[in-house]
Design a protein around this ligand. Structure first.
Ligand SMILES: *[C@@H]1O[C@H](CO)[C@@H](O)[C@H](O)[C@H]1NC(C)=O
Ligand SMILES: *[C@@H]1O[C@H](CO)[C@@H](O)[C@H](O)[C@H]1NC(C)=O
Ligand SMILES: *[C@@H]1O[C@H](CO)[C@@H](O)[C@H](O)[C@H]1NC(C)=O
Ligand SMILES: *[C@@H]1O[C@H](CO)[C@@H](O)[C@H](O)[C@H]1NC(C)=O
Ligand SMILES: *[C@@H]1O[C@H](CO)[C@@H](O)[C@H](O)[C@H]1NC(C)=O
Ligand SMILES: *[C@@H]1O[C@H](CO)[C@@H](O)[C@H](O)[C@H]1NC(C)=O
Ligand SMILES: *[C@@H]1O[C@H](CO)[C@@H](O)[C@H](O)[C@H]1NC(C)=O
Ligand SMILES: *[C@@H]1O[C@H](CO)[C@@H](O)[C@H](O)[C@H]1NC(C)=O
Ligand SMILES: *[C@@H]1O[C@H](CO)[C@@H](O)[C@H](O)[C@H]1NC(C)=O
Length: 460
């Protein structure tokens, strides 16, 4: 919120002084445009995480609420080590107890005698409990270590809940104050949450569908993601190749960072280094900071798109995802790929597929993810650190071509993060005279040519 308002201020100012068009002004303008462009995800324009507080019961000094986070993002999930939700109490509220979640710190409860609250902090931070929590400390949708699936990939696991007993709070819907300043970490930055809005109380239908109950009061908070806020450097890049040209176009150099032995020794490790094992377990081991294999691109993830075969009516692509990060197993990874031929995808091997249609009728965006227990886990860098699949597309003769890089993807996201593409002018090019690529035309042309030649000779 703060960021976007400051950006629009910058923009207003720059447009006023635009006639002076000096280099710094231009730079400001460009960078503000770039940052607003990143804050909005064109492939999932309505994606958000909605947090719902349902007050289920008033107590002598407060209330009991069930807090549920719904991940309404089509392809962005929250993976281990999971979410962390924070807020600031409006008054002097405390948390007496929690089920299915806990605060990371208790804070100073010295003003209490007898019963000691679970948390007395003005700005508590809550995390999920781990799988295997005793049943009497669980509620529905809890205890998954803070992992929340994306809406498309696994809607049944796209929510996470905990129950909270609040004390020193209002005890009616007139006196209760909604918490402020919500923050959602995943666990890094990236999400911005709006203010809590009091909405119509939630309704709950009993399992047999014969009775409906409702919350005493409900408020909602909506959080949206921005890759720009999340991190300055990309985490993924794309390389390309084709059967019709030997050139393999690698990820752009320094896509995710540069190898710099002088200022940042140890920013990456060689795959065959004898120090590899100690580096993996070394400083930062548990901090989830990537430890990448040394490459020219320095990305933790590379996606390779290979145009493999050309049939008369179909063409075939091979996709491989390689993990260069020694410190991360990517669970429930996903890819989002934009290519105009996805509306005629005929077959996909060993990945799940769902079409995303952000703009009504245009069906050119696919979400791909691994098959459960088969390849939904992308293992850490090393011999098993890759997954692959092949796609079979039906050619639409009015649009299909190998010319001008048409057969390469327009855009790829890994786990919701935009991957750096090679510049279009570097794409593998068709050799100048490539008769085998005329596809279905090739054979008739040869026959015609042979017939004509034969006729000419015969006539002479
Ligand atoms: C959040 O996502 C849901 C589901 O896509 C949508 O209905 C709702 O309007 C979104 N909320 C906001 C504030 O964008
Ligand atoms: C508060 O409760 C009263 C009834 O006790 C109800 O009429 C009113 O609509 C409620 N207000 C809100 C904001 O839920
Ligand atoms: C909101 O929370 C952030 C991070 O916890 C904190 O830096 C900021 O001061 C808070 N703002 C208010 C008004 O409490
Ligand atoms: C509040 O959130 C719940 C759960 O996401 C949703 O079903 C409901 O429509 C939301 N209410 C409003 C007014 O946005
Ligand atoms: C950094 O060191 C690695 C091996 O230690 C070496 O292969 C690489 O060329 C060096 N890079 C630079 C930019 O000096
Ligand atoms: C990845 O998973 C394998 C097998 O489950 C495990 O041995 C390894 O320690 C894990 N690596 C990381 C970085 O968690
Ligand atoms: C998009 O095209 C694919 C492949 O033909 C098809 O399976 C899918 O149902 C289409 N999706 C929509 C929303 O039209
Ligand atoms: C490709 O898909 C579009 C939209 O689904 C359809 O209109 C068209 O006929 C298909 N083309 C082929 C060659 O199947
Ligand atoms: C293969 O593609 C590269 C990159 O566009 C180009 O420089 C090269 O000439 C192409 N090779 C052939 C045989 O056309």
């Amino acid at each position: 919120m703060d960021l976007s308002s400051s950006i629009s201020t910058v923009r207003r100012h720059t447009s006023k002084i635009a006639p002076l068009a000096s280099a710094p002004v231009l730079f400001l303008l460009l960078s503000s445009l770039a940052s607003t462009a990143e804050a909005y995800d064109p492939l999932d324009p309505n994606g958000n995480i909605t947090i719902k507080w349902d007050v289920m019961q008033w107590t002598p000094d407060g209330y009991v609420a069930v807090v549920t986070m719904f991940n309404f993002q089509q392809y962005r999930h929250i993976q281990a080590p999971g979410w962390m939700l924070g807020w600031t109490w409006a008054k002097k509220e405390v948390i007496w107890s929690m089920v299915g979640g806990q605060t990371t710190e208790q804070g100073d409860c010295s003003r209490f005698k007898g019963n000691i609250p679970h948390c007395c902090k003005k700005d508590p931070s809550v995390v999920d409990l781990l799988p295997g929590t005793p049943y009497n400390m669980q509620i529905a949708n809890c205890c998954k270590g803070g992992v929340i699936s994306s809406w498309v990939q696994d809607p049944a696991n796209a929510a996470s809940s905990f129950q909270i007993s609040v004390g020193a709070a209002g005890t009616t819907n007139k006196t209760v104050r909604v918490p402020k300043n919500f923050t959602l970490k995943s666990p890094g930055p990236g999400y911005t949450c709006g203010a809590a809005k009091i909405v119509k109380p939630s309704r709950f239908v009993s399992q047999d569908g014969r009775r409906t109950t409702q919350a005493l009061m409900t408020w909602n908070i909506t959080c949206t993601y921005s890759q720009f806020l999340a991190q300055k450097t990309p985490t993924c890049c794309v390389s390309l190749s084709s059967f019709y040209n030997d050139t393999i176009v690698n990820c752009p150099t320094c896509s995710c960072g540069c190898q710099n032995n002088i200022t940042q020794p140890g920013s990456c490790v060689e795959g065959d280094s004898p120090y590899l094992a100690s580096a993996i377990n070394g400083p930062g081991k548990s901090s989830f900071t990537p430890l990448v294999q040394c490459t020219s691109h320095m990305c933790p993830i590379r996606v390779h798109w290979h145009i493999k075969l050309n049939y008369k009516e179909y063409w075939r692509v091979k996709i491989a995802i390689t993990n260069f990060n020694y410190r991360m197993n990517y669970t429930q990874w996903n890819l989002v790929i934009q290519h105009p031929n996805f509306d005629n995808l005929t077959q996909i091997f060993s990945f799940n597929y769902n079409s995303l249609t952000p703009y009504g009728g245009i069906n050119d965006t696919a979400m791909l993810w691994g098959i459960k227990y088969y390849n939904d886990l992308l293992m850490q860098a090393g011999p098993y650190g890759n997954v692959q699949s092949e796609l079979l597309f039906r050619k639409d003769p009015s649009t299909f071509t190998f010319q001008k890089g048409w057969a390469f993807p327009r855009r790829i996201y890994f786990n919701g993060d935009n991957c750096v593409m090679p510049p279009p002018d570097a794409y593998p090019r068709l050799p100048n005279n490539s008769p085998q690529l005329k596809g279905s035309l090739f054979l008739p042309v040869i026959i015609l040519w042979a017939t004509l030649t034969w006729l000419l000779i015969y006539v002479q």
